[in-house]
Design a protein. Structure first.
Length: 150
């Protein structure tokens, strides 16, 4: 922002928009409507000549104007930090619960697998017992003389 004399200021459209609180295109339109003269600089940027009385006074930032804003921001940050800590605690609890469920599920899976293995062994033992009983019964049904001769 370069000043030219005391009567006028020379601003780019971006600077003018910033001062007026509008976009660059809005600043360009405002300058045309107000009839402010434009100059093209060596860098190719258009600049507008504006009297300082036609611009709003530059004020401090909103945070500097209202000290309670800083207090509010600090309070919001504190509340955010507390909520974040709560959420992290809940996440840890959920992870622990999930780990307990995984362990219980794995234990149940192992017990079911063990049960299947034991049942399989019992079935094999029962099948062997049946086969042995069948052979013994077949042997017992033979006439005595055949059993004797073999």
């Amino acid at each position: 922002m370069a000043e030219q004399g005391e009567a006028e200021q020379v601003l780019t459209y971006a600077e003018l928009g910033e001062r007026l609180g509008i976009t660059v295109d809005g600043a360009r339109t405002r300058a045309k409507r107000a009839g402010w003269p434009t100059i093209i600089g060596n860098d190719g940027k258009a600049r507008v000549r504006v009297r300082p009385s036609e611009l709003p006074e530059q004020t401090a930032s909103k945070a500097e104007q209202d000290p309670s804003t800083l207090d509010l921001v600090a309070e919001l940050r504190r509340m955010h930090a507390e909520r974040l800590a709560e959420l992290r605690g809940e996440l840890d609890q959920a992870r622990n619960e999930a780990e307990r469920w995984r362990a219980a599920t794995e234990q149940a899976r192992l017990e079911a697998e063990r049960e299947r293995a034991v049942n399989g062994l019992l079935r094999e033992a029962v099948d062997r017992e049946r086969e042995l009983n069948r052979k013994l019964l077949a042997e017992a049904r033979k006439p005595w003389w055949r059993r004797l001769l073999g």
